[in-house]
Design a protein around this ligand. Structure first.
Ligand SMILES: [Zn+2]
Length: 438
């Protein structure tokens, strides 16, 4: 028969005041599942009365009955495991107060062991659904959610000061709904998430959470080009420079060149054999057209389907020769890309000054957008900040949405995101927090 000490080791219980006797493990059914009930006893001699603090000398505090509670433990083996703990009750002769023996295994008035709690939080940092977490830890979804919400409070920013560099973005969280998110552009820390990205929500949030003095500290805010809230920024953040994210500038012209290629490709979809050949080539080599000119090979011959042995640069020349609009649009695209790559703002300004009658309508529209935002694009060339960190966060949120999205409640959802990004999914860390807690 294992000793009490062995049982404690099996269950990872460090509290020596919990003792186990022979035949303490019983199989039974609970909440419709087969489970293990482990009977234990918690007792010790208290140092003092917890109410009046009188030292326990000459049996001032004496044992007075017991109280049983059922505590959820981490699963041991394959069945849900519970500790049926008979806790000693005490009574104080001095003040007449009664109290129950305490243990670090579980918080007062709580029926879920600290280890289970740690497991829930550990799993919440991974992309797992709340339902899976609740099944694996044998607690209800509501309880798991409550624990996550409690823990997430730690990561909710209560700071009344803003960092100097912010990054704004939005992401989808429910069907068609966009949430607004802002982070510290330098540290990549999520500062807050709002349920909507409309101007009123954003304005109210920043005004109620931060003083004008705090908002005046903000030096730069990196945003998307199409962000509707750009106009709000000067009133909310009087000293902030708006930076249009570099990636979005490239994406804008990249999309319009691609759209141009598709239009021309479709136009070549005719009964003519020669046109169809061009159509197929433009379809297949779409990536080459978008590739930076500086990265094309001018020296190495390769075998290309539908072309044969060619230089990469020659292949591009041939594709562009099919249509004058495509060629012109391509050249403007490459020139802008080059200016951005070399960080030459003046060069970009010069490029945008020109009129390009031959380029596609899609590219014309993009150039117009660039001209409209030129003032902010200038900042892109000056400051090193980008939306890279916030885009990275959003990609992870997408994964989380796919596997773990189960709540229509925005607060729960936000808390989950905060845990996902702030809580490190490391068992060692849980052990550390637990051993300090114990
Ligand atoms: Zn007392």
């Amino acid at each position: 028969m294992p000793t009490s000490n062995d049982m404690r080791k099996i269950l990872d219980i460090q509290d020596k005041n919990i003792v186990f006797e022979d035949n303490c493990v019983e199989y039974t059914r609970f909440k419709g599942r087969k489970c293990k009930m482990i009977k234990g006893r918690l007792t010790y001699i208290p140092q003092e009365c917890i109410k009046c603090q009188i030292p326990n000398e000459q049996y001032t505090v004496y044992a007075n009955g017991t109280q049983i509670s059922r505590i959820t433990l981490p699963m041991s083996g394959v069945h849900p495991t519970y500790l049926v703990l008979k806790k000693q009750r005490f009574k104080c002769k001095n003040c007449g107060a009664s109290f129950t023996a305490k243990t670090p295994v579980v918080k007062e008035n709580c029926f879920i062991s600290n280890y289970v709690k740690a497991q829930i939080l550990d799993k919440s940092s991974m992309a797992q659904s709340i339902k899976d977490i609740s099944v694996q830890t044998c607690v209800s979804s509501a309880t798991a959610q409550r624990m996550m919400n409690e823990q997430a409070k730690r990561y909710q920013s209560t700071d009344t000061w803003l960092p100097k560099h912010l990054s704004f973005d939005e992401f989808k969280y429910a069907k068609g709904t966009l949430a607004f998110e802002y982070i510290d552009a330098k540290e990549g820390k999520i500062l807050d998430i709002l349920p909507s990205r409309d101007s009123r929500t954003i304005k109210n949030h920043f005004i109620s959470c931060y003083s004008l003095k705090s908002r005046s500290i903000v030096e730069t805010i990196t945003v998307d080009m199409n962000a509707g809230y750009v106009n709000l920024i000067p009133t909310l953040f009087p000293n902030a420079k708006i930076i249009i994210d570099r990636f979005h500038i490239v994406q804008l012209i990249n999309r319009s060149l691609n759209r141009t290629r598709i239009t021309i490709m479709n136009r070549l979809h005719t009964s003519d054999e020669e046109d169809m050949k061009k159509n197929r080539r433009l379809k297949r080599f779409w990536k080459k057209i978008l590739k930076k000119e500086s990265e094309l090979s001018y020296t190495t011959y390769h075998y290309y389907t539908m072309f044969g042995l060619r230089l990469e640069s020659a292949l591009i020349d041939e594709l562009l020769s099919y249509d004058a609009t495509l060629k012109e649009t391509y050249e403007v695209y490459q020139a802008i890309l080059k200016a951005i790559d070399k960080n030459e703002y003046d060069e970009l300004v010069d490029l945008l000054k020109n009129d390009y009658p031959l380029i596609s309508q899609a590219m014309k529209t993009s150039l117009k957008t660039l001209r409209k935002h030129l003032k902010h694009i200038k900042n892109t060339f000056i400051y090193p900040y980008s939306n890279g960190k916030i885009e990275g966060i959003n990609n992870k949120i997408k994964v989380l949405n796919r596997v773990a999205y189960g709540s229509r409640n925005f607060t729960n959802y936000k808390n989950r995101i905060l845990l996902h990004f702030n809580q490190k999914p490391q068992h060692e860390q849980n052990e550390k927090t637990l051993s300090t807690a114990a």
